[in-house]
Ligand binder design. Structure first.
Ligand SMILES: *Cc1c(COP(=O)(O)O)cnc(C)c1O
Length: 482
């Protein structure tokens, strides 16, 4: 936000007056408290910026200039507030995508938040062995727990799963070949594309099979003297259906091992528990991948696992040791904050019976549709009141997505608010866009999605109903051209 926006604040119909000097403004009795609160340096800069913005507007005859002292002061306050507001803000994610990458994915369990805060306030034994008094290893803080939950021999943690794949390939296949099926060369949003990761890691990608079908002999034929790794990538954000064929993991593991080559699986999401036990679509677990014979399995910490952003690398001790020793590991390692939150999140998996209550991701994914619908019925009248006569608010069935590339074709029955323009016509799209903008401008921005001539708010992920309803009184719909 810059000064020009606030120029509009003072656009009352009073005549143009002379702008005060910076000094004069700083001496105003109403400005003194601002200086006491925010310091002279900051307020002086803001006054200077404000006056410059006015001057600019006046010179270019965009605004009629400043008016009363009160208007100037109001503009100054608005400007200071905007400057001090944190850039990162909590929002209501009512988009229907539970694990929304652009909105920070998993919400941490209270247990993780508590240890996170504690580890921020005090020094921790991050790389310090409290038994021997000697140097410790940060991986050791979570390795045993990860192994317990996945059945792996060893584990290491990096910044995210993209880093886990990059590091694994760099450590195991530099200047050598990695074999991947053409049906699995995925792009996970923007810059993470499997072929590019291989290149950056210094490995040569050997593509086998076709987009829809890859057979054991495709892999067998491709394995040669320069092959360092056979890799399977979980199709996390797309599905190939119809006339398809892929080689099963255990078969591929067998094939690779026969030729003395390690086998890796990038699971992407990698739920640590069988989600079908919670009534959700099944997703392969790291334990199953390892049981099928994978030597290395990589997955995210903040997708279905429900923890902080992290990339977990699990598998055979021999390979994990090599990965951990690679110089990139130092560049991709995680902080004490990540490890604290990760350990606490993982610990919840020791009590699978309570997981759906304590892990927010699972709690949201398993929220009963009746509960969501009742909630929708409760908040709909408040929304209708806030919007006035121009919009109609109805409760209807929607389908939530898990998100973050997890289970892309599986949708969860949910309920939400459908907001439509009453007066139909060509301006409906523009008015819905205006409404979406107004919802985003609320103290805690509300994010939905526009579909079928309606703004849809999926309430599966609405947990703070009081705040949501209370802030609706701040909703200001701009009355654009109608
Ligand atoms: C999400 C995903 C990644 C990237 O994981 P980040 O934690 O987002 O870095 C890599 N591979 C697969 C298959 C994925 O689904």
């Amino acid at each position: 936000m810059n000064g020009r926006d606030e120029g509009a604040v003072a656009c009352a119909a009073t005549p143009v007056v002379q702008l005060p000097s910076v000094d004069r403004m700083l001496r105003l009795p109403t400005v003194i408290p601002l200086i006491e609160r925010h310091g002279r340096t900051f307020v002086t800069e803001e006054v200077r910026g404000l006056l410059a913005a006015y001057r600019e507007g006046m010179l270019r005859a965009e605004a009629t200039g400043p008016h009363s002292e009160a208007a100037l002061l109001a503009a100054l306050r608005t400007r200071i507030e905007a400057r001090l507001a944190p850039a990162i803000r909590p929002v209501f994610n009512l988009t229907g995508t539970v694990l929304h990458t652009n909105l920070g994915r998993a919400l941490l369990p209270d247990e993780a938040i508590a240890v996170l805060v504690a580890s921020m306030r005090a020094p921790v034994n991050l790389e310090f062995d409290l038994d021997t008094g000697g140097r410790g290893d940060r991986d050791a803080l979570v390795e045993a727990l990860i192994c317990e939950l996945t059945g792996a021999e060893a584990a290491t943690v990096v910044n995210n799963n993209a880093a886990a794949v990059l590091l694994s390939v760099a450590a195991l296949c530099a200047r050598r070949e990695v074999i991947v099926s053409r049906g699995e060369l995925v792009e996970i949003g923007g810059a993470f594309r499997m072929p590019d990761v291989m290149k950056v890691a210094g490995a040569k990608l050997v593509e086998v099979g076709t987009t829809n079908r890859t057979h054991p002999r495709d892999y067998a034929d491709a394995i040669g003297a320069r092959t360092a790794l056979v890799m399977k990538v979980h199709a996390s954000n797309y599905a190939i259906t119809g006339f398809t064929s892929a080689v099963a993991e255990d078969e591929l593991a067998h094939l690779a091992h026969e030729r003395g080559i390690p086998f890796a699986i990038d699971l992407g999401s990698g739920s640590l528990v069988d989600l079908s036990a919670y009534g959700l679509p099944r997703e392969p677990t790291p334990r199953q991948a390892l049981q099928a014979g994978a030597d290395i399995v990589t997955f995210s910490g903040d997708k279905l696992l429900g923890g902080p952003q992290a990339g977990l690398i699990v598998g055979k001790a021999e390979w994990v040791r090599r990965i951990r020793k690679h110089p990139l590991k130092r560049a991709l390692r995680v902080s004490k904050l990540t490890l604290a939150a990760l350990e606490a999140t993982l610990a919840l998996y020791r009590h699978p019976e309570q997981l759906a209550k304590r892990l927010p991701t699972l709690r949201l994914l398993t929220r009963p549709v009746q509960e969501i619908e009742t909630l929708a019925q409760r908040v709909a009248p408040a929304m209708a009141r806030a919007l006035g006569a121009a919009f109609a608010v109805t409760v209807g069935a929607v389908q939530s997505q898990i998100g973050s590339g997890s289970l892309p074709v599986e949708l969860l029955a949910s309920a939400g608010l459908f907001i439509r323009c009453r007066a139909d016509g060509r301006s409906s799209g523009r008015r819905l866009a205006g409404l979406a903008r107004a919802l985003r401008a609320l103290p805690m921005p509300v994010l939905g999605r526009v579909a079928d001539d309606a703004l849809v708010l999926d309430l599966r992920t609405l947990t703070d109903e009081p705040t949501f309803v209370a802030q609706l009184r701040h909703l200001t719909l701009d009355r654009g051209p109608s």
